[in-house]
Design a protein around this ligand. Sequence first.
Ligand code: PHE
Length: 343
Amino acid sequence: MNQLLAHIEQYKKEITAIKISSKEDLESFRIKYLGTKGILKNVMGEMKNVPIDQKKEAGQLLNEFKLFVESNYEALANSMETTSVKDKSNLDITLPGQPLSVGSRHPISIVHNKIVQIFQRLGFSVAEGPEIEDDWHNFSALNLPENHPARDMQDTFYISQNPDWLLRTHTSSVQIREMEKGDLPLRIICPGRVYRNETISARAHCFFNQVEGLYIAENVSFADLKQTLYFFVKEMFGTDVKVRFRPSYFPFTEPSAEMDISCLICDGAGCSVCKKTGWVEILGCGMVHPSVLDNCGIDSNKYTGFAFGMGIERITMLLYQVKDLRLFSENDVRFLRQFTSAI
Ligand code: PHE
């Protein structure tokens, strides 16, 4: 037992004095003390020579020694790691770093940015407004009084705390807010998310993104409207695309129209996307109704204006030939990864 104690003390001294400077040194330490034929095993083997009445005490001693060797080994291994990082000679600063995956821009954002850029070149600036609106800005000011049947065109989500509040169904509400400020002439586009209580399908969703536009000044005519939208279409879809206007109805514009472009998928020949007509509708537009101007405190005898509104999803689907609207909000990276853009 005394011999065992002496051995252990001796080894402890040895171990405490050890300095290592390489991985090889560390490995020899491990083999010498912790290996299958190493010192620890050896010392443990001495247990059998200890008299029975001292075995308990010896067991404790040996256990402590075991922990001592193991913790010293770990400490040496840790110090090796830190010194090798500190050791500049081992550090190759020319190695490329860990790559960061940055993802890609959402197709809706790409097209949103493209639309904004095109209109900015024509002098339009971006205006934004709240997604939770009141009845006035979303409906009444837009010539849609309560109980007007045209309110059914846009199935609305109301907010239960206050019957006057709703999720905006279009960004025309932003146009009202801007007109109310009274800074004329006014040339704005209003991009943003809008909400409608529609059954979700490949062609409709309960929320989507719009860009609406508004130009109010003296002597603005339908010709200005057409020219602006022609420019937009050519910039967006290319010069080969054909455009047509169809008379339509919106309570806030008079006259009103819908604009179609020749189908990009079949080039006008007729396919499932254009429902065999060769045309696809991309936006609604018209001359701002004089009552809307009056509602916002603008002199409708002096000023005229045009407005238009389009869904960004629709434009994106045509541009990238995406067949299902739901893909835009499902966050499936296999879909989203396919769109890259410098914008
Ligand atoms: N606000 C209309 C809609 O969301 C679009 C539109 C805007 C139509 C401006 C005409 C003029 O359906």
